[in-house]
Design a protein around this ligand. Structure first.
Ligand code: NAD
Ligand code: ZN
Length: 284
C-alpha cells in the first residue's frame, strides 16, 4: 500500500484551499497538439493494461450522454442560472420553494428516467475485467451503480432519497409527489435532497475513503469533471503526489490539464471509453 506522503500532516482547511505549486511537477515530455487521438487511445489502453490499481473520478460530464445537464461546460445549467447560488445550502434554507422550482424539480424529472450511457458502462466493464477498483463520483444520479460498478463512493451524496429538514425521515425521490412545492414530510417538515449542497460538509466517510483510494491507486481516470469543485478536485492531486498516472477524458481542458494530468483525451466519455475498451480487450 502506498503511503499518503505529506498530507497526513496538513490540516483539512489548507488542503481544500490550495493546489500544489507548479514547480512540484516535472514538465510533460510531449505536446498534446502533436499526438493523435488514436495514439492517445492506445496509450490509455497500454497504461490501463500495465496498472495494478485503477480508480476513476467522475463528474457531471459523464452523465450528459444520459441526458442530464452538467453545471458548467456547453449546455450546462450555468447558462440558465448560477449553480453556486441556487445549489447553495444558504439558498435552500432561505427559500426552499425557489430551489425546488428551479433546480430540484427539474433534476428529479431527469434523474427519475435517466439510464447509464457508454461512459458508465465502460467503467463497469473495466471493473468486470479486473481493471477498475473504485469509482469516486461527484454525481448524485446513481448511474454508476445502475451500470454495474460495485464500489462507488458518492462524494456528494445521492439524489435517490429526500430527507425531512425537521425529523430527518427519508423518502425515495421517485415516490415523492411534486404537486405541492416544496414537498413535505408527514410531520409537516420540508423535504430536501439527501445530497451535498455547496457550502455543506462532504460526508466524512466519503472524504476519507476517497483520499485513501486516490493515494493508493497507480492510475486515475478523471472523467467529465470541470475540476473546480473542492475538495473533490484534489483527489487527482493526491493520486499524483503518490506517483499515479492521471488520464483525463473531457471535451474541454480543465485546471488539472496543464500540470496534474499526464494527458487529456479530448472527447466525449462514452465514445472515448468505447475506444479504450476495444483497444484494451485486444491486449488482455
Ligand atoms: P461540471 O458541471 O462543473 O462540469 C462538467 C464537465 O464535464 C465539464 O468540464 C465539461 O467539459 C465536461 N463534459 C461535458 N460533456 C462531457 C462528455 N460527454 N464527456 C466527458 N466530459 C464532458 O461538473 P462537476 O465537475 O461534476 O461539478 C459539478 C457539481 O454538480 C458536482 O459536484 C455534482 O455533484 C453536481 N452535478 C451532478 C450532476 C449529476 O449527478 N449528473 C449533474 C449536474 C451537477
Ligand atoms: Zn419530518
Amino acid at each position: 500500500m502506498k503511503k499518503i506522503a505529506g498530507y497526513v500532516k496538513t490540516t483539512y482547511h489548507s488542503i481544500v484551499n490550495r493546489l500544489l505549486p507548479s514547480s512540484f511537477y516535472p514538465t510533460r515530455s510531449f505536446n498534446l497538439n502533436e499526438v493523435s487521438m488514436d495514439d492517445l487511445i492506445r496509450r490509455a489502453a497500454n497504461d490501463l493494461a500495465a496498472a495494478g490499481n485503477v480508480v476513476a473520478l467522475t463528474g457531471a460530464g459523464i452523465s450528459t450522454e444520459s441526458g442530464i445537464p452538467p453545471f458548467r461546460g456547453k449546455g450546462g445549467l450555468w447558462e440558465k442560472f448560477d449553480p453556486m447560488e441556487i445549489a447553495h445550502i444558504d439558498a435552500l434554507m432561505r427559500d426552499p420553494a425557489k430551489v425546488w422550482n428551479i433546480l430540484v424539480k427539474e433534476m428529479k424529472e431527469i434523474v427519475d428516467t435517466a439510464t447509464p450511457n457508454d461512459g458508465h458502462k465502460g467503467l463497469a466493464k473495466l471493473e468486470k475485467i479486473g481493471k477498475l477498483k473504485t469509482v469516486i463520483t461527484q454525481n448524485i444520479d446513481g448511474l454508476h451503480q445502475a451500470a454495474g460498478n460495485t464500489d462507488v463512493i458518492e462524494f456528494h451524496g445521492n439524489f435517490a432519497w429526500q430527507r425531512c429538514m425537521d425529523c430527518s425521515r427519508k423518502y425515495e425521490t421517485r415516490k415523492v409527489e411534486v404537486a405541492e412545492i416544496p414537498p413535505r414530510c408527514g410531520c409537516g417538515g420540508i423535504l430536501r435532497p439527501d445530497a451535498v449542497f455547496f457550502g455543506e460538509m462532504i460526508p466524512q466517510d466519503a472524504m476519507w475513503r476517497s483520499r485513501q483510494a486516490a493515494s493508493d491507486c497507480d492510475l486515475m481516470l478523471v472523467v467529465g469533471t470541470s475540476a473546480v469543485v473542492q475538495p473533490a478536485a484534489l483527489m487527482p492531486v493526491y493520486a499524483k503526489e503518490t506517483g499515479a498516472k492521471i488520464i483525463e477524458i473531457n471535451p474541454e481542458r480543465t485546471p488539472l490539464t496543464a500540470e496534474i494530468s499526464d494527458y487529456l483525451i479530448m472527447g466525449k466519455a462514452g465514445e472515448v471509453m468505447n475506444q479504450i475498451i476495444q483497444t484494451l480487450e485486444q491486449k488482455i
